[in-house]
Design a protein around this ligand. Structure first.
Ligand code: SF4
Length: 325
């Protein structure tokens, strides 16, 4: 990898799911455009925040990066190598390099397995070392995430929600990944312990130079964690920018609405009051032109006709909206 090559590159990726009917699901009624021409990059040791309402395509995007879904079009590259079609050892190696931590740690922890064994799983599968070496690595990982080495002998139900999320993080870190997909990593936690978890994630990033794809609807988490933020609406990127630039000046009406909804703008940082009304339209039949035009308070005649391109409006800050042409 050269200095210019990003760790992860997502290039014009689309994911369309066929909506079928009939006993053998052979009749195609249409296609759900879950992700529609999305491109971004993540540098080594950096965090990219991916935000939007549910149904915007952020989960499908992260599943494609985890190689759990295959893009309909476009490609995803890790260290400059396309990930499509990986099999056998190459796929196992990819899974070791790209890990995930989900919102609900129960989903990744086997309730009948001691957490030490869960953390050791990927080390055993990849024949990382002998029994004693693996046991030592598990103790080291537990300490790294702020737990005690002896807790390897405990079961998930013996941990609090925050501790279970730390165990899930230790399991993800075991194979020394280059990238971890963090899918709403703190939203299920008590507000009082969210900051601890975010700080732990940042400390680990500083130590291990691991990159994060942070999938979140919570803008406060993104602001605290992400170097760069991508905002998606109905499968499209509507705004992307260095996080500091985005929080300094929100441009796209949809991003403004997201900001207004959670009142993240502090004193002197008026995000603009944009009320978001109505449901997200169906991705099966997305609105013509700008997909946000059915909900946008600034809608103009051309918005329903012409799809706005994603254009750079200031250094690294791009917006897809006719207001900025
Ligand atoms: Fe609103 Fe038009 Fe901009 Fe879309 S292109 S966000 S409808 S002003």
């Amino acid at each position: 990898m050269t200095a210019e090559t990003p760790l992860l590159r997502v290039e014009h990726v689309r994911k369309h799911f066929a909506l079928t009917k009939g006993i053998l699901f052979t009749k195609v009624l249409g296609h759900i455009k879950a992700v529609d021409d999305v491109s971004f990059e993540i540098g080594a040791g950096k965090t990219l925040g991916l935000v939007g309402e549910s149904g915007c395509g952020k989960t499908t995007t992260s599943r494609m990066i985890l190689n759990l879904e295959t893009p309909t079009e476009g490609r995803i590259l890790l260290d400059g190598q396309p990930i499509e079609g990986l099999q056998g050892d190459a796929l196992r190696a990819y899974r070791a390099k790209v890990q995930a931590v989900f919102q609900d740690p129960w989903s990744s922890l086997n309730p009948r397995m001691k957490v030490g064994r869960t953390i050791a799983e990927s080390l055993i599968v990849n024949a990382w070392g002998d029994k004693a070496q693996i046991a030592e690595r598990v103790r080291e990982l537990l300490r790294q995430v702020g737990l005690r080495a002896e807790q390897a002998e405990q079961y998930p139900h013996e941990f609090s929600g925050g501790q279970r999320q730390r165990v899930a993080l230790a399991a993800a870190l075991a194979s020394r990944p280059q990238l971890i997909v963090l899918d709403e990593p703190v939203s299920a936690l008590d507000v009082s312990i969210r900051a601890q978890m975010m700080n732990l994630l940042k400390d680990i990033q500083a130590q291990d130079n691991v990159a994060y794809l942070l999938v979140a609807h919570d803008l406060a988490t993104v602001r605290h964690m992400a170097d760069h933020t991508v905002v998606m609406y109905l499968g499209k990127i509507v705004e992307q920018a260095p996080t500091a630039s985005l929080f300094e000046e929100v441009r796209h009406p949809y991003t403004k609405a997201l900001f207004s909804a959670v009142l993240v703008a502090g004193p002197g940082q008026a995000a603009g009051e944009v009320e978001l009304t109505g449901e997200v339209p169906s991705p099966l039949d997305p609105p013509s032109g700008c997909r946000f035009h059915t909900r946008c308070p600034y809608v103009m005649p051309q918005c329903a006709q012409v799809e706005p391109a994603l254009r750079e409006v200031s250094r690294g800050h791009a917006v897809a909206c006719h207001l900025f042409e």
